[in-house]
Write a protein that binds this ligand. Structure first.
Ligand code: GLA
Length: 329
C-alpha cells in the first residue's frame, strides 16, 4: 500500500470512528437509577450496588426516588437537563411504560428497566426496553414448596390450615409470584378452598397487614395459617396480623421473597417468629449488573441483554448467613 493512500485511509477511518461515536460520548458518563419505593430495603440495596458499579467503572450515579408517575416524568426531564445519557428504572406503575419510553427518547436517554417490566397500552411487555427481573413464577413456586414442606414437618392437618395470598395483581411480577406459590401448594395437595386471596392496596407492610387482618377475621375456622406475597414486606404484614390475633410462631408459616434488611432484622430477633423464611434474591445483580450494562451501552455502544431473569434461594433463620454468602452478599 502506498504511503499517501495509507494516510488517507487512516484519516477516513478516524472520521468514521468519530461519526459512529454514541451521542454525548465526550461528556462524563452519568446514569440515573429511579426506584418506586426508596424506603424499601430491597431498593436501598439495589442503589448500594449501583453505587459500587459507579465507583468501579468511574461514572456518576444519580439516585432518584420516584413513587409517583409525575415524579418519574420530572426525574427524566432533570436527567436530560443534566446531560445524563441513560437511566434504569423500577417504575411505580408499569403501565407508564409507553410514556417513560417516549420521554427517554425525547431526552436522548438510553432506557433499561429493573424488577418491574414496563408494559404498553395493551398490557404487553415493551420488548425494546432491556430488562432484568426475577424469575417470578419459579421463585413463587419455591415459596409454595417451602411452605408445603414446613406444614408437613409440623404435622398440621390440612383442613385446619388457611393460606393467605397477599396479592397485588396489577403488577405482573407480583401476580406471577403469588400464582407460582399457589400452584406449588395445590400440587402438594393443599386444599384450594383454604387459599384466601387478600389483595393489598399498596405494596408495603401496613397494607399487607390490613389485607391479612381481613382474611383472618373472616375465617375463624382455621387453627393455623400460612402466608405468601410479592415480597418480604407483604409477608411480614401477614405475620404481624396473625400475631395480633394470637397466631404466633407455632401456628404461622410465612415465607417471603427478598432477603434484604426486612428479613435480616426478623431473623435477628431473639425468638423465632412466624416469618419462617424467604427466597433470597440478588440486589447485587439487579443493582450492579444493570448499571454496568447501562455504562457499557453508553460508553461502548454494547447493547445490554434484552431480558435477564435472576434466580433465588430459600433462606431460613438457620442457614441465613451461609445462603447470603453463597449469593455474594
Ligand atoms: C418488585 C417488588 C420489590 C422486589 C423486586 C425484586 O419490584 O416490589 O419488593 O421484590 O420486585 O425484583
Amino acid at each position: 500500500m502506498n504511503h499517501k493512500f495509507a494516510t488517507a485511509a487512516k484519516v477516513l477511518g478516524g472520521m468514521l470512528a468519530i461519526a459512529m461515536m454514541p451521542a454525548h460520548a465526550a461528556d462524563p458518563v452519568k446514569i440515573g437509577f429511579l426506584v418506586k419505593q426508596p424506603e424499601e430495603p430491597w431498593f436501598q440495596d439495589e442503589w448500594k450496588f449501583a453505587a459500587m458499579a459507579a465507583k468501579d467503572k468511574g461514572f456518576e450515579l444519580v439516585k432518584i426516588g420516584t413513587p409517583s408517575g409525575d415524579q418519574v416524568l420530572t426525574a427524566i426531564d432533570n436527567l436530560s437537563a443534566q446531560h445524563a445519557q441513560g437511566f434504569i428504572i423500577c417504575a411505580p406503575d408499569v403501565k407508564l411504560g409507553a410514556a417513560i419510553a417516549a420521554k427517554a427518547r425525547i431526552g436522548n436517554l438510553k432506557l433499561m428497566s429493573v424488577d418491574d417490566r414496563l408494559v404498553d397500552g395493551a398490557g404487553k411487555p415493551i420488548e425494546s426496553v432491556p430488562h432484568m427481573g426475577i424469575s417470578a413464577s419459579k421463585i413463587g413456586e419455591q415459596v409454595g414448596s417451602a411452605i408445603a414442606d414446613e406444614i408437613k414437618q409440623r404435622g398440621w392437618k390440612l383442613a385446619d390450615v388457611g393460606a393467605i395470598s397477599i396479592s397485588y395483581d396489577q403488577l405482573p411480577t407480583a401476580k406471577d409470584r403469588t400464582s407460582g406459590a399457589t400452584a406449588a401448594l395445590l400440587a402438594a395437595g393443599f386444599p384450594a378452598a383454604n387459599i384466601i386471596n387478600a389483595p393489598q392496596a399498596k405494596t408495603d407492610t401496613e397494607n399487607a397487614f390490613n389485607a391479612a387482618n381481613v382474611a383472618i377475621t373472616q375465617h375463624p375456622n382455621f387453627k393455623h395459617w400460612v402466608a405468601y406475597g410479592l415480597n418480604d414486606e407483604a409477608v411480614l404484614g401477614a405475620v404481624r396480623a396473625a400475631e395480633s390475633r394470637g397466631f404466633r410462631t407455632a401456628d404461622m408459616i410465612g415465607v417471603g421473597i427478598g432477603g434484604s434488611n426486612s428479613a435480616k432484622n426478623e431473623f435477628a430477633k431473639a425468638q423465632p417468629t412466624g416469618f419462617f423464611g424467604t427466597v433470597l434474591i440478588s440486589p447485587k445483580r439487579h443493582g450492579y449488573e444493570t448499571s454496568v450494562n447501562m455504562y457499557e451501552w453508553i460508553k461502548d455502544g454494547k447493547q445490554p441483554p434484552a431480558l435477564t431473569y435472576t434466580t433465588g434461594k430459600l433462606m431460613t433463620r438457620q442457614n441465613a448467613a451461609a445462603v447470603r454468602a453463597d449469593m455474594g452478599l
